[in-house]
Design a protein around this ligand. Structure first.
Ligand code: FES
Length: 215
């Protein structure tokens, strides 16, 4: 299997341990008069802040909202969250760099997370991961990575593709995954658990006891 990407000091997260530039003054809380924030992002952040006794607990959902809008936790995204939450960008950077699902550098817009935890790994997930990497052939539109248990071991080996769970995967699915994403089609529709009545391919088709009784 391909190696997990490593950055400075062996970190999996780019940037978290970058040295601070001591010649710069620390960034303060952004001025609302000079920090435009898209209205829909502002509403999402304010709604998250209203849910917690301590508004800082909304940092994670607020960062998620900004990442969804900007594609990554760009300096502009962090400024906008900081402006609405009345925090410093440094505070939010400390939160974002702790979690590896926040991206501190631009990533491909299609997120393919191949589960390589034990159940999936035993059923060939590492080879599936590598086959998808090969199929994408370095296309920067794809963010392909391994992930540790996505909680759908009954369809191992599986992946989360732009938030949709698909499995069980075979090597032959790799090309199709990339083609479906490029074409803007639902990915591997017949293996998407949201579109199936049961993850068990041997399950009876009838959905209810009533249907059983009528059959
Ligand atoms: S081991 Fe892959 S979903 Fe649990």
């Amino acid at each position: 299997m391909s190696d997990v990407a490593r950055f400075g000091h062996g970190s999996r997260i780019p940037g978290w341990d970058d040295a601070v530039d001591l010649t710069k003054a620390p960034a303060g809380v952004p001025d609302p008069a000079t920090t435009p924030v898209p209205p829909e992002l502002r509403s999402e952040i304010e709604a998250a802040m209203a849910k917690y006794p301590d508004f800082r607990s909304a940092a994670i959902p607020a960062l998620h909202a900004a990442q969804k809008l900007h594609g990554w936790c760009s300096p502009e995204a962090l400024e906008q969250v900081a402006c609405v939450m009345r925090l410093t960008p440094g505070y939010l950077t400390a939160v974002a760099t702790f979690y590896d699902m926040f991206y501190m550098e631009p990533v491909g817009r299609h997120r393919i997370f191949v589960c390589t935890n034990i159940s999936c790994s035993l059923r060939g997930a590492d080879a599936v991961h590598d086959a998808i990497v090969d199929a994408a052939a370095g296309d920067p539109d794809f963010n392909i990575r391994s992930f540790e248990c996505l909680g759908a071991c009954d369809i191992a080996p599986m992946a989360s593709i732009d938030g949709e769970y698909v499995g069980p995967l075979e090597l032959a699915d790799a090309e199709r995954i990339v083609e479906d994403l490029r074409a803007g089609r639902p990915v591997l529709e017949e293996k998407n658990i949201r579109r199936r009545r049961s993850v068990d391919p041997g399950a009876r088709r009838s959905a209810t006891r009533d249907e059983d009784a009528r059959a």
